[in-house]
Design a protein around this ligand. Structure first.
Ligand code: LER
Ligand code: MN
Length: 271
């Protein structure tokens, strides 16, 4: 398994669960010094990422790009893949497509998390799932052209009412026309929604494409009450070799949260 740490470049997301903020170069420097394998970046949009410059920066620090988030599509631009307005849904697909292309050029998958939206306000669950499924298939086909998967992240009940648990999301992904969508399993959301995190990971098996390494209180692993022993056993059982990416609050500060995450990563991957 490989280590990654999150960097947000979206001022509107302030207060969110990202370790580093605002300054990509300084954040990469910290990440490399602390020994991370990769960074996961949340940009305000694809136009904020000069792919050649980012590739050069990562290369200079010996870092990989683990994934690129599309959350700014919702947080900043109010675009959702399940918006009642067809024009907004179309713009949402366009926004995510551009991020998929930028991420793909960096050899990384893009994440669909908060851009999935929710049902209600005149939109039935069936209608929302139809739009979500079609959008994920289109975006996954685009990702496939870059040789990377698309990551779909079930969120807890306070953030979406579409899919909150890995098992139901995996079944939905199996029904799609494209099979190039993998699950992003966020241990924070799972600690709220799953009966047993380890069983859920075991059941999702080869669909697990990425993991957000966060404790029950969204602090660095080791600083909440999630029991990591069965979770790591499950990840080994399913032969997970992807990232454990620290998507946690910058508490008590960014560098400390990153250091704590790296200490926990080492503890749990060398055990
Ligand atoms: C939001 O709660 C989250 O976990 C992010 O990874 C979603 O974009
Ligand atoms: Mn997450």
């Amino acid at each position: 398994m490989k280590s990654a740490v999150t960097i947000s470049l979206v001022p509107e997301a302030r207060g969110g669960p990202f370790v580093f903020w605002d300054d990509l170069a300084a954040s990469c420097q910290h990440a490399a010094e602390l020994g991370f394998d990769a960074v996961e970046v949340f940009p305000p949009g694809a136009d904020a990422l000069d792919v050649a410059k980012v590739a050069q920066l990562l290369g200079a620090h010996g870092l990989q790009c683990a994934a690129i988030g599309t959350g700014a599509g919702w947080v900043k631009h109010k675009l959702r893949l399940t918006d009642p307005d067809a024009a907004v849904r179309q713009k949402a697909i366009g926004f995510a497509s551009e991020i998929i292309d930028a991420a793909g050029m960096l050899g990384a998958p893009a994440i669909i998390g908060s851009m999935q939206g929710r049902w209600g306000e005149g939109v039935t669950r069936d209608q929302a799932l139809g739009w979500l499924g079609e959008a994920l298939a289109v975006l996954a086909e685009r990702a496939a052209r870059h040789g990377v998967p698309l990551l779909y992240e079930p969120l807890n009940r306070y953030e979406t009412n579409l899919f909150n648990r890995q098992g139901e999301a995996a079944a939905f992904l199996r029904s799609l026309r494209s099979q190039n969508v993998q699950l992003l399993c966020d241990l924070f959301h799972m600690s709220i929604e799953e009966s047993c995190i380890a069983d859920a990971l075991r059941a999702a098996g080869p669909r697990v494409g990425h993991l957000h390494f966060a404790d029950s209180n969204r602090q660095a692993i080791g600083w909440g009450h999630t029991d990591m022993t069965p979770i790591m056993a499950a990840l080994r059982e399913i032969n997970y070799t992807g990232y454990l990416s620290a998507e946690v609050l910058p508490l008590p500060d960014s560098v400390s949260a990153a250091r704590r995450s790296m200490e926990s990563f080492r503890r749990w991957t060398t055990a």
